[in-house]
Write a protein that binds this ligand. Structure first.
Ligand SMILES: Cc1cc2nc3c(=O)[nH]c(=O)nc-3n(C[C@H](O)[C@H](O)[C@H](O)COP(=O)(O)O)c2cc1C
Length: 349
């Protein structure tokens, strides 16, 4: 087992620099964590919908191929008794394109169990018993992963004993482990070192404590600091193999989109709607911030949280703006998008 400090970790984890491709202004770097995904809407009939609807929403589920079924290289494993660490874990996963796995106690913690005003209640009693090993209900496999973010709340200055159960029942050899925790105010203290010692294998980086409301920007810069980001990669959009330049928004939605395509391109078969847009399924929901918008040719929006829409005309509805195509005259865009057979490919290059 190795314990290495963050600055060394940067060197170990730093992804080889990529030449910029000029695909578009990209607000955020993200992890190279593979998220193989190919979302392909299935049938042209998917575009049929009520004329009252503002957008075509293909009803078919995205087709998942073998690549989509493949595992990511980064896993965010976490324990969360009251949801705070879960929220941070979800943000880390969105930024890195990682898989998420929750460590579930065989006997869930009740609010009485968590009452730290009474030192005799379960959580406090476990913390004062160094060899307490609460049972875990679920299996979490490390197969195919190279990096594990390990999240937990601080209980009486330590990681909950269920983390001891977790690290003692897993082999971390060959893995890089990045501990993180949430707490009311305490720092991570020795909790990351203690877990590393109990694990006895793996390369453990220095852990970090976050408040529950830590911003995406702060998490992004931490992830970048530890070398899992690659800010030189650009989010690229191809429409029927034509690379178009996009000015992407700086938003949680775009961060999540970057996470989604961070290791493998995402192909979306689009459906035309209304003579003003092409729409297709992302295969997953992204964070949304819908606002009533009148779109223009070249606008790229998220509709209904999980639909990727590119406009070559105008419509008014509540969307989340993702970006704007910058280098294509409206007439050319219309030619490209008004066809009945449009495929969009999103990739990090
Ligand atoms: C039994 C217990 C002990 C705690 N001890 C501490 C502590 O020592 N320091 C601290 O800052 N917060 C402490 N907290 C607060 C939690 O660390 C904090 O609320 C955390 O974000 C909860 O994460 P979760 O919602 O993912 O379970 C404690 C909470 C519990 C239930």
């Amino acid at each position: 087992m190795q314990r290495i400090k963050r600055h060394i970790a940067v060197c170990l984890l730093l992804i080889a620099a990529f030449a910029g491709t000029g695909c578009g202004a990209v607000p955020a770097g993200t992890s190279p964590a593979p998220v193989p995904a190919e979302a392909v809407s299935q049938s042209p009939e998917a575009a049929s919908h009520s004329p009252q609807e503002p957008n075509a929403v293909p009803q078919d589920e995205p087709v998942e191929d073998d690549e989509h079924a493949a595992r990511n290289a980064v896993l965010v494993a976490y324990f969360s008794a009251t949801g705070t660490t879960r929220g941070v874990a979800e943000r880390i996963a969105a930024l890195t394109g990682a898989d998420l796995a929750e460590i579930l106690p065989a006997q869930p913690y009740t609010s009485e169990d968590l009452n730290y005003h009474d030192r005799s209640t379960r959580a406090s009693a476990e913390q004062s018993t160094p060899d307490a090993r609460p049972e875990i209900a679920n299996e979490i496999s490390f197969d195919g992963y190279t990096t594990i973010f390990l999240g937990y709340p601080i209980w009486w200055g330590q990681a909950p004993r269920i983390l001891d159960t977790f690290v003692e029942s897993h082999v971390f050899t060959g893995l890089t482990v990045i501990p993180f925790c949430t707490s009311g105010s305490s720092d991570i203290g020795q909790s990351d070192d203690s877990l590393a010692a109990l694990a006895g294998s793996g390369t453990w980086l220095q852990g970090r404590r976050f408040p529950g409301d830590v911003s995406v920007d702060e998490l992004r810069s931490w992830i970048s600091e530890i070398g899992l980001s690659n800010t030189e990669k650009a989010l690229c959009l191809r429409i029927n193999e034509t690379l178009v330049s996009v000015d992407w928004e700086e938003s949680e939605s775009v961060d999540a989109l970057i996470g989604l395509v961070s290791s493998a391109p995402l192909t979306i078969r689009m459906s035309g709607y209304g003579g003003f847009e092409q729409v297709g399924p992302l295969g997953t929901s992204l964070p949304r911030n819908d606002t009533q918008t009148t779109t223009h040719a070249g606008d790229i929006v998220l509709y209904s949280g999980d639909q990727f829409v590119v406009f070559y005309g105008s419509n008014t509805w509540a969307y989340t703006l993702l970006g704007k195509i910058t280098d294509m005259p409206a007439s050319e865009l219309e030619k490209l998008l008004s066809s009945s057979d449009v495929t969009v490919i999103l990739s990090l290059e």
